[in-house]
Design a protein around this ligand. Structure first.
Ligand SMILES: Cc1cc2nc3c(=O)[nH]c(=O)nc-3n(C[C@H](O)[C@H](O)[C@H](O)COP(=O)(O)OP(=O)(O)OC[C@H]3O[C@@H](n4cnc5c(N)ncnc54)[C@H](O)[C@@H]3O)c2cc1C
Length: 476
């Protein structure tokens, strides 16, 4: 189908003004925060030429509602055109990038901005295109919060957050996106609009909405989510401790999560990660740093706060000023860790892995050993903790020689392989919250095992027989 016919067919569904084929729109929809794409953009410049051109979607379509999304999907089935749903493009795994020579069309959900809420049931229905920060701010004005505060709050959308099953910094209290979602409206690959029910509980068969969470645009296009709201907490109280090393800090976190005291937010930095927060005003350097926060009323007097405090003291932690926690919270949306992408040959990224407590120290050590010869800097932190284990983020910077985008990409590939292999060898899982996209799809067989991956692929084939929804991502 030539461009004119494509525009005419899609324009008949969404209106001609809502189909874009200019390079700016296609670039915007084709690029995310995946370090590979950033390097490709640098090498190709603004002209679209260069040695490593960024692949572009053929067009971007902007439907207004679920009905238009369904019509676009039916058209894609007829013409066997791959569709890639696009939210805030904040994924770091190549989740929205076009596959090679696929002729894909990007479906932006940005016009889906409906919003209603039910204060009695603490539920809000939001269109998939809502930016998470705008939605949170709107609800805050009425005394509510979604409790979903990822570090990408200002970038991500409701639909993208569902599709990625994202997790916010207050996960200890609110859980992750699937826990915050009461119901979904999803356009399936056949063009059918599925609406799940928002009643609490339910045992009438498997939870289809859970299947959509984390499906990265491969099983359906989310057009609306019914989300749980909570009244805004009155206060947040921070506890801050240093520990002689990371492993002792891990022990403190593990023991806290063995009790019923579950902090809303935790951050345990290894000594390299803690460096910027310590060493001032007589604080010990070369220490691990744990920040934890509880939310509610009169917090520092309450049992859970005191329990966590006592655990930290028992394992040898030294109490520090809660201001360190407050200061970190103020800076929580800082995204400086991607900065080396701007340097010739510089590359940076984060691995967000997870493991049971019994294997976590081993995963941290194994990944550190694997990365040491390849990177110029690395530091780690725990950002989400559970009774059974925790999520470990390892952030690195590396410098390729010569400082070309090609060399940076080659080095990036080696670093990713080394880190993923080390994590899996040590018994960790590779994707606590950044997902798979195209970055980690080769690791899926080991992540799920043969039977697990085969089952996922059967579900995909049943729901999307023509493989039109984000083909190539997640399932490989
Ligand atoms: C600086 C930074 C910090 C981050 N911090 C966090 C964090 O704290 N926690 C966390 O979990 N993640 C984090 N991320 C990753 C990212 O923000 C999340 O994955 C986010 O939920 C993606 O939302 P999005 O709207 O940007 O989706 P996109 O990046 O546009 O898309 C993500 C995936 O979902 C699909 N998709 C998008 N919209 C829809 C839809 N409506 N229906 C179906 N599929 C869809 C896309 O095809 C793609 O596969 C961070 C990223 C950055 C850059």
């Amino acid at each position: 189908m030539d461009d004119a016919l494509l525009i005419a067919r899609l324009g008949a569904i969404v209106g001609a003004a809502n189909v874009k084929t200019d390079e700016t729109a296609r670039r915007e929809a084709s690029q995310s925060w995946y370090p590979r794409e950033t390097k490709q953009k640098q090498s190709s410049g603004n002209s679209g030429g260069g040695v490593l051109p960024l692949r572009l979607h053929r067009a971007v379509v902007f439907p207004a509602d679920a009905g238009e999304v369904a019509a676009v999907v039916r058209w894609a089935n007829e013409t066997r055109t791959p569709l890639v749903p696009v939210g805030g493009s904040s994924n770091t795994v190549g989740g929205t990038q076009p596959e090679k020579n696929s002729g894909s069309v990007a479906v932006s959900l940005s016009r889906l901005q409906n919003l209603t809420w039910d204060e009695e049931s603490l539920l809000c229905r939001a269109g998939a295109g809502w930016n998470l920060h705008s939605l949170e701010e709107t609800l805050n004005r009425h005394g509510y919060t979604l409790g979903q505060v990822p570090q990408s709050l200002y970038l991500a959308t409701v639909g993208g957050s569902v599709a990625a099953n994202a997790v916010g910094l207050l996960s200890g209290k609110y859980g992750r996106q699937a826990d915050r979602t009461a119901a979904l409206e999803v356009v399936l690959a056949t063009g059918v609009i599925l609406q799940t029910q928002a009643a609490p509980g339910g045992s009438a068969g498997p939870d289809i909405a859970r299947l959509i969470h984390g499906s990265e645009g491969t099983l359906g296009i989310v057009t609306e989510a019914t989300l749980h709201m909570r009244p805004l907490p009155e206060a947040r109280a921070w506890g801050v401790f240093t520990f002689p090393d990371f492993v002792t800090g891990l022990d403190a976190l593990r023991l806290i999560h063995r009790t019923d005291a579950r902090p809303a937010a935790v951050r345990l930095f290894d000594p390299a990660g803690a460096e910027e927060h310590l060493g001032q005003g007589g604080l010990p350097t070369q220490s691990a740093l744990l920040l934890f926060a509880f939310e509610g009323d009169e917090l520092s007097q309450t049992g859970p706060y005191q329990v966590a405090h006592a655990v930290c003291q028992k394992v040898g932690g030294s109490e520090q000023s809660p201001d360190i926690g407050e200061a970190w919270w103020e800076e929580r949306f800082e995204t400086g860790w991607m900065a080396p992408n701007g340097r010739p040959g510089g590359i940076a990224d984060v691995f967000a892995v997870s493991a049971p407590w019994s294997r976590l120290g081993g995963v941290y050590a194994a990944m550190g050993t694997a990365l040491a010869p390849l990177v110029t800097q690395r530091h780690a932190h725990i950002g989400h903790a559970y009774a059974s284990g925790a999520a470990l983020n390892i952030i690195f910077e590396a410098q390729a020689e010569p400082g070309t985008p090609e060399a940076a990409l080659e080095l990036y590939g080696r670093i990713t392989h080394a880190a993923v292999d080390a994590c899996q060898d040590a018994g960790g899982l590779i994707a606590h919250h950044y997902g798979i996209g195209s970055a980690y799809r080769d690791a899926m067989a080991r992540e799920w095992g043969e039977a697990g991956l085969a089952t996922l692929r059967q579900i995909k084939a049943a729901l999307d027989p023509n493989n039109i929804l984000n083909p190539g991502k997640l399932f490989g």
